[in-house]
Write a protein that binds this ligand. Structure first.
Ligand SMILES: Nc1ncnc2c1ncn2[C@@H]1O[C@H](COP(=O)(O)OP(=O)(O)OP(=O)(O)O)[C@@H](O)[C@H]1O
Length: 326
């Protein structure tokens, strides 16, 4: 693993994102404080609707125009939401890359793979004479076999795994400083998943980029990430090194989430679903959003805002329970 350099690439203070009516807002993300350093791979976990995608798109200023943002996001020391959009757009092509879930809808079915990779390279200022050669090199880096032949093919002629690699090749061709991958492997089968995940590590090792991976699959995080953020109802409820959090999760929600993933015990597949429902983000009470589902809930949890507790180096939870769950 790369040594982690201490100068952050992203610094987030009290970040929030709301949608909907001003007098009845939906707080998709609330009170996020986060530092992302070059060379680290961070996984973001949480049930559907917990705010994972909104946080990631918010961190790179790629939210829907209806979103209302609060707090501060600094990218490479510059306050992202104070920059002119023109500069942010230039950063998106150069310093920040995004890989999305569905490789079929992200590639244009009417153009060859070569056309699409070359177009990205041209936009990034690669001289015309080098474009073909660099497009082939970019495909080779993501382990596409016979890239000279593939450049002449259309997206539908490639497998799902190969299409995802092409998107990663396009996203990383400018050696971004931050790569955001939103459910990058969920449409792929397990062996292809592994290969795609390895590409993120290779990118990190080659360029010292920071990588944020949003996923429902905790196993993905356990295998490739250095750090994990667990989100619930728009807040990060636990963050810490993957090895620490997976070995001994401290927030009751993290425990429940880990227990809810299928595991094999003897000859049986066992999982313990999390009881209850995710709360409506428009009608959250003053206390902890997880209180109604928490096995350790006590009265103050419902009445007062939960507080962050530091449990060790880079490890914190948002919970009133002293020292986490015993
Ligand atoms: N453009 C939007 N307009 C209105 N509400 C939105 C918008 N985008 C997201 N939301 C709402 O914000 C909340 C968080 O959504 P988000 O997609 O960030 O969650 P998620 O954890 O990424 O979920 P999933 O795992 O299902 O993708 C949800 O209640 C969602 O409906």
């Amino acid at each position: 693993m790369n040594p982690i350099v201490e100068v952050p690439i992203v610094e987030v203070q009290d970040f929030g994102v709301a949608f909907g009516l001003k007098d009845r807002p939906l707080h998709a993300v609330r009170g996020v404080n986060l530092t992302v350093r070059p060379g680290e791979i961070i996984g973001i976990a949480g049930e559907s609707g917990s705010g994972k995608s909104t946080l990631c798109t918010g961190l790179i200023r790629a939210l829907a125009p209806t979103a209302r943002v609060s707090g501060r996001v600094c990218f490479d020391g510059r306050s992202l939401y104070d920059l002119p959009m023109r500069e942010v757009a230039a950063m998106h092509g150069r310093d920040i890359a995004m890989v999305l879930q569905n490789p079929m809808t992200s590639l244009d079915p009417l153009f060859t793979i070569g056309n699409q990779v070359r177009e990205v390279l041209k936009r990034r200022g690669v001289p015309g004479a080098q474009v073909r050669e660099q497009a082939i090199a970019a495909l080779k880096r993501v382990h596409i076999t016979a890239p000279e032949m593939r450049v002449g093919q259309f997206p539908h002629q490639l497998s799902g795994g190969m299409r995802q690699r092409v998107l990663i090749a396009m996203a990383t061709s400018a050696s971004p400083r931050l790569l955001v991958a939103d459910e990058p492997t969920s449409a792929l089968d397990a062996t292809i998943q592994d290969e795609i995940l390895l590409l993120f590590r290779e990118l990190r090792d080659r360029t010292n980029a920071a990588v944020l991976i949003v996923t429902h699959e905790l196993e993905v995080i356990r295998r490739v990430c250095d750090r994990v953020l667990v989100m619930y109802a728009g807040r990060i409820v636990e963050q810490g090194p993957v090895s620490t959090v997976f070995a001994a999760p401290q927030h009751p929600y993290t425990r429940a989430l880990l227990a809810s993933t299928p595991r094999i015990e003897g000859t049986e597949v066992v999982l313990t679903p999390i009881p209850g429902q995710v709360p409506d983000l428009r009608t959250l009470g003053p206390g902890c959003a997880f209180a109604d589902r928490c096995p350790h809930v006590v009265d103050p949890c419902r009445q007062f805002k939960p507080e962050f507790r530091d449990l060790g180096p880079d490890h914190r939870i948002l919970c009133r329970l002293e020292g986490g769950v015993q």
